[in-house]
Design a protein around this ligand. Structure first.
Ligand code: UD1
Length: 430
């Protein structure tokens, strides 16, 4: 097993290049199934969630060839229908995109319920209702298999009760080859929805309105392969922005789309940081010595992303004054607060609201990454803290951050990965 060890107190200074967007890649890679052809995809992040998606694609019979780091040739011509087991889906949320993609291509999908981070109940009822609206019989069986089948898929008007990234993307996947027009109302507007739509459009799909709350998909007879480059990761970029501000450092972020970072930049400015977009598209974040408290409310895009909530909370734990964090997307996304408390943070949680009273400093401690973005918050806390922080359960961090130790080291952090024995392998004292 490995853990990350950080000796805190250093400012992050320098340049960091952001990788491809995890949540875009997790939708685009299964979407290659619909192309049934050769796709060349660049800017694919080197993270364990992507490794798992490739593993599933290969199990289905896709040929996957690494051209150079981050660039792959994927040929899905010869894939054959088969069910996708719990073993393959249990580690990641994005595995639910195989339902839409297999249903769209073969008229049948049988995929085990997705895994992913534990933020309380994460139902997929909106996905199921979307597939049903397209004419499929879709159920979640008692053994947690999602079964969806249709003789033919028919375009339909689908109104989403609440904004769901996964359901919006899954309905797009299932409807690009359907007959007629599908209209998704109250659709998610996240950058990765737009990226998925752009990829499918390159493959010959007819999709209008992605990035707005009404998306229209006119079904086409077939798709073909294409060359595509995944957008940069909004949340990886946001995490380095917060880390720069939290350490009073100065970091230049390359390979970013500033428009996707505006809500994060706005909050960091409230906290006292300076953020500038350079003419070449890179973004500079300069933290101030004195961080100020602020109010944060997570919302679907273009609001402040829930996937940045733990990171900003870590920063606010040492900001001057009291901050209020309202989590409106998930029921239970403050499980990591207990870990920050071990480092001396003063945070009280009441349901979906956290009240953060800024303390002078955090102290290094042994802590755990309880989920992916919680892990990012622990990294930021460790970078700010006095003394040594040891983070366990870092496999959560590896799901979504490529080369995080290398990237932070290059920015001047004192950080390393170390092997440590599992409890039952520690020799007992003689
Ligand atoms: C995706 C992202 C995740 C991010 C989230 C919100 C991927 C792989 N994951 O997750 O990183 O935190 O968007 O930006 O892209 N809901 C239902 N029924 C449904 C679907 C969702 O009630 O059928 C609820 C969820 O429980 C949650 C809210 O809707 O409270 C939003 O969830 P959703 O946008 O669907 O998130 P995910 O697609 O799971």
């Amino acid at each position: 097993m490995e853990k990350i060890v950080i000796e805190g107190g250093r400012k992050l200074v320098g340049e960091v290049t952001i990788g491809g967007a995890k949540n875009a890649a997790l939708a685009i890679l299964p979407a290659t199934i619909l192309a049934g052809d050769l796709c060349r995809i660049e800017n694919v992040p080197e993270i364990s969630d992507v490794t798992m998606i490739f593993h599933i694609l290969k199990q289905l019979g896709a040929e996957v060839k690494l051209i150079k780091p981050g660039s792959y040739e994927i040929n899905t011509k010869n894939i054959v229908w088969q069910e996708i087991s719990h073993e393959l889906t249990r580690h990641l949320r994005g595995s639910y995109y195989f339902v839409g993609a297999m249903l769209g291509r073969f008229g049948r999908a049988r995929v085990a319920m997705p895994g992913g981070c534990d933020f309380g109940a994460r139902p997929i009822d909106l996905h199921i209702r979307g597939f049903e609206a397209l004419g499929a019989d879709a159920t979640i069986e008692a053994n947690a298999m999602v079964d969806a089948r249709a003789d033919s898929l028919q375009g339909s008007l689908i109104y989403m009760d609440l904004v769901s990234v996964g359901a919006t993307a899954n309905i797009i996947l299932a409807s690009v080859l359907a007959e007629g027009t599908t209209t998704i109302e109250n659709a998610a507007r996240e950058p990765h929805i737009v990226d998925l739509a752009n990829f499918l459009i390159q493959c010959g799909a007819d999709i209008r309105g992605a990035g707005t709350d009404v998306i229209k998909i006119h079904g086409v007879k077939s798709l073909h392969g294409c060359d595509y480059s995944v957008i940069p990761d909004q949340i990886e970029a946001g995490t380095y922005m917060v880390a720069a501000a939290a350490t009073s450092g100065k970091v230049v972020l390359k390979n970013v789309i500033y428009k996707h970072l505006e809500s994060i930049a706005a909050k960091l400015r409230d906290c006292g940081a300076e953020i500038i977009e350079n003419e070449d598209g890179s973004v500079v974040v300069e933290g101030s010595a004195a961080l100020c408290s602020c109010k944060v409310k997570t919302l679907p895009h273009p609001g402040f992303p829930t996937d940045m909530q733990p990171q900003i909370t870590a920063l606010l734990s040492v900001a001057d004054g009291t901050s209020i964090i309202s989590e409106t997307v998930y029921d239970n996304r403050f499980r990591y607060v207990e870990q920050l408390s071990r480092m001396g943070a003063d945070i009280s949680v009441n349901g979906k609201i956290a009240v953060v009273v800024g303390v002078e400093r955090l102290m290094g401690a042994p802590i755990k990454a309880v989920d992916l973005r919680a892990g990012a918050a622990m990294l930021i806390a460790g970078l700010m803290a006095e003394g040594v922080t040891e983070i366990e359960d870092i496999e959560h961090i590896d799901r979504g951050y490529e080369d995080v130790v290398k990237k932070l080291s290059r920015l001047g952090a004192n950080i390393k990965r170390v092997n440590f024995p599992e409890p039952n392998t520690i020799p007992s004292a003689v």
